[in-house]
Design a protein around this ligand. Structure first.
Ligand SMILES: NC(=O)c1ccc[n+]([C@@H]2O[C@H](COP(=O)([O-])OP(=O)(O)OC[C@H]3O[C@@H](n4cnc5c(N)ncnc54)[C@H](O)[C@@H]3O)[C@@H](O)[C@H]2O)c1
Length: 397
């Protein structure tokens, strides 16, 4: 099929390249012209395993093109438009729908009646009316196909997804979107638009809730001086609980969980429901990040260290995404407490206000923010020959 992918960020780029691998012709469109020119030159715009090889694969290159203007596209022959622009929230948890509304107003004058428009961006169910009712598009013809990929394993997730969710009131359009994924062996669930978005939001609430549960458990384990590995192994071996996604961390972050949980909270208020468990997921994370920062401070004072080095700036391993990264939040909290802190990250271009360090120095507390086996191996020798240095890894491996 001939597909236009609008918004060439994490979701748009990975989805488009993966669909090109499945044999579709992909036109990428983004208003960020520097991003488009970088990608046209075969240079990845973010760090993601396999991105470079997909972008520069000879077969895929024959099926993709990049544009930064709506007018540059021949809209007559397009089968499907996939909308993948950002959908941020404000502090109160309300959706900023301006990006998605701008896309629809640009499409209105261009797109042909035969083209199926599919929204991959995350839009919470109560906002759907607000976003789509004013448009000249028929809401019933739209298809919603929420995205579940994880940064750090995005291509793997595309081809080995647990399920594909398609929400629309138009059966024919839903079936066309399902055909995009021919060649992927997974279950496809068809439903109405609101249900499809709820699948996304409830999944993105359950997962951080689980991470917060493990983090609260790990604080209890820590205060009782119990053995973290034994306890979590013992709990996780119950097959109803499971060991996957059951690792303590300095907190969770990223572009999706914090915003989606916040929106779900605002949705529960709008619906006059008191969903106390869902409403406490974000708070639990905030408390944990505070606790983690205090733990670092106590270690520094107790061991009379001079510096803290946080290993890793992004919100988890294998990505350079720093949106809502616990590392940066902990960095700010330590600065507020007048601790001399810097971040060590070989794969990162730092914002100017963050102090970067490229070598380890004496009298430091090194804090691993997420598993860093390779970096740790590299530093191990150096660390052994240094004075008064502590390597702190919160999870026991
Ligand atoms: N990042 C993830 O891991 C992830 C996973 C699942 C779902 N999502 C959801 O997918 C959506 C996209 O997320 P992302 O992280 O890829 O966003 P992103 O910020 O990385 O990329 C969005 C892109 O859209 C472009 N854009 C904005 N307005 C545009 C317009 N009018 N026309 C053309 N391009 C425009 C921006 O320039 C940007 O390049 C969001 O709704 C997000 O919640 C993200």
């Amino acid at each position: 099929m001939n597909i236009v992918v609008i918004g060439v960020g994490y979701v748009g780029l990975v989805t488009g390249l993966s669909l090109a691998k499945l044999g579709h012709k992909i036109t990428f469109l983004d208003i960020d012209s520097s991003k488009i020119s970088t990608l046209s030159n075969g240079t990845p715009t973010f760090s993601e395993p396999n991105l470079d090889s997909y972008l520069n694969n000879e077969e895929i290159k024959k099926s993709i093109q990049f544009f930064d203007k709506y007018e540059s596209i021949d809209w007559k022959n397009i089968d499907v438009v996939l909308i993948c622009v950002q959908t941020p929230v404000d502090d109160s948890g309300d959706l900023n729908s301006s990006f998605i509304k701008n896309v629809f107003s640009s499409l209105e004058s261009n797109i042909s009646d035969e083209t199926v428009v599919c929204v991959k961006s995350t839009i919470h169910p109560a906002a759907i009316d607000d976003v789509f009712n004013d448009l000249s598009f028929n809401y019933d013809d739209l298809v919603f196909n929420p995205e579940f990929l994880r940064e750090g394993s995005a291509f793997e997730d595309f081809f080995q997804t647990d399920r594909i969710i398609i929400g629309s009131n138009n059966k024919q359009n839903s079936e066309l979107i399902a055909k995009l994924y021919d060649g992927i062996d997974t279950e496809i669930l068809f439903m109405d638009p609101i249900s499809s978005q709820l699948v996304k939001y409830l999944s993105n609430a359950y997962l951080p809730m689980r991470l917060s549960f493990v983090n609260e458990a790990s604080r209890l384990i820590d205060v009782l001086n119990a053995n973290q590995k034994d306890v979590l192994n013992g709990v996780g071996l119950d097959s109803r609980i499971g060991q996957e996604y059951f690792r303590p961390s300095p907190g969770w972050g990223g572009s999706c969980f914090p915003k989606d949980v916040k929106e779900l909270q605002s949705l529960s208020h709008l619906s006059n429901l008191n969903l106390s468990l869902i409403n406490s997921i974000n708070n639990s994370n905030i408390e944990h990040i505070d606790w983690f920062a205090k733990k670092i401070k106590d270690l520094v004072l107790h061991n009379q260290l001079k510096k803290v080095i946080l290993m890793g700036a992004s919100f988890k391993e294998n990505t350079d995404d720093i949106r809502y990264s616990p590392s940066l939040q902990i960095y700010s909290k330590l600065i507020e407490s007048e601790i001399d802190v810097s971040i060590y990250d070989e794969n990162f271009i730092f914002p100017k206000d963050i102090k970067q360090i490229t070598s380890i120095i004496d009298d430091s507390l090194i804090v691993e923010m997420y598993p860093q086996e390779e970096t740790y191996k590299k530093l191990k020798k150096q660390i052994q020959s240094m004075n008064n240095l502590i390597y702190f890894r919160f999870w026991e491996s």
